[in-house]
Design a protein around this ligand. Structure first.
Ligand SMILES: [Zn+2]
Length: 247
């Protein structure tokens, strides 16, 4: 049992490292995802502005033909107006002519303001390009950070998992099950007694009980307050020693 409790202490030390490694990646994957979304959004903004500029070009390129077509149509309608059979037809053509005139006025207004609009759009585009470049740079940095971390990270993980498997192979199945059961509630399922207290929940352990633990090495003790497996500080395992012993 003494060896079993030592194994548990070693397992706890290894699991602490594994938990830390797991936390280390932390928010990084999420930050990368957020930046990816930001880049996409900014790319869409740039595309929208580019589209508006293209629309403006199209408007200018076709304005002459559109105007001519509208004027030709108005001329034809004006001629027709003299051949109508009743007031209703006359009014309908009048309305159509008014509509054409209104359309041309709108087009003329848009052409008149096209220069200013283009200038505004180009300014907007320049700002959006800068923002996009910034977001892309941040994303590249974070992606690199994540890739580097994941690489080292995986190597280290593998080392600890390897030792963990060796420890578990030596540990009694019932103890392993109990340890894993407690792990569901407390990541540190087996803890040392420090300053006469459980180092998991800091509740005091009677010194009588600590004495008992030191002399009865064949019994497993748990904290009455939090349920964690307890071991005396002389059993506590140092991670470097654990790794050296088992690699
Ligand atoms: Zn406790």
């Amino acid at each position: 049992m003494e060896q079993q409790i030592q194994l548990l202490a070693q397992l706890a030390a290894v699991d602490e490292q594994l938990d830390e490694l797991h936390d280390e990646l932390g928010d990084l994957p999420q930050e990368v995802k957020k930046l990816e979304t930001l880049v996409k959004e900014r790319l869409m903004e740039v595309e929208t502005t580019n589209q508006a500029l293209a629309d403006l070009d199209h408007l200018r390129a076709t304005a002459h033909v559109t105007m001519q077509e509208s004027q030709d149509k108005e001329q034809r309608l004006s001629k027709q107006q003299f051949q109508v059979k009743n007031n209703r037809e006359f009014d309908a053509i009048t309305k159509e002519i008014e509509h054409l005139k209104h359309e041309r006025a709108t087009l003329e207004e848009r052409l008149r303001t096209a220069g200013v609009r283009e200038e505004n759009l180009r300014q907007t585009l320049a700002q959006q390009d800068t923002l996009l470049a910034e977001a892309k740079e941040k994303l590249t940095d974070k992606e690199r950070e994540l890739a580097e971390l994941s690489g080292d990270h995986n190597d280290e993980m593998r080392k600890y998992i390897d030792v963990r498997l060796k420890l578990i192979a030596k540990l009694d199945d019932s103890l392993e099950v109990e340890y894993e059961r407690i792990r569901q509630f407390h990541s540190n399922a087996a803890v040392a007694i420090r300053r006469n207290s459980c180092s998991g929940c800091y509740s005091a352990i009677p010194s009588q009980r600590i004495m008992e633990m030191k002399y009865q090495r064949d019994k497993m003790y748990t904290c009455e307050n939090c349920g964690r497996i307890l071991f005396t500080d002389d059993v506590e395992a140092e991670i470097d020693a654990v790794m050296e012993e088992h690699s």
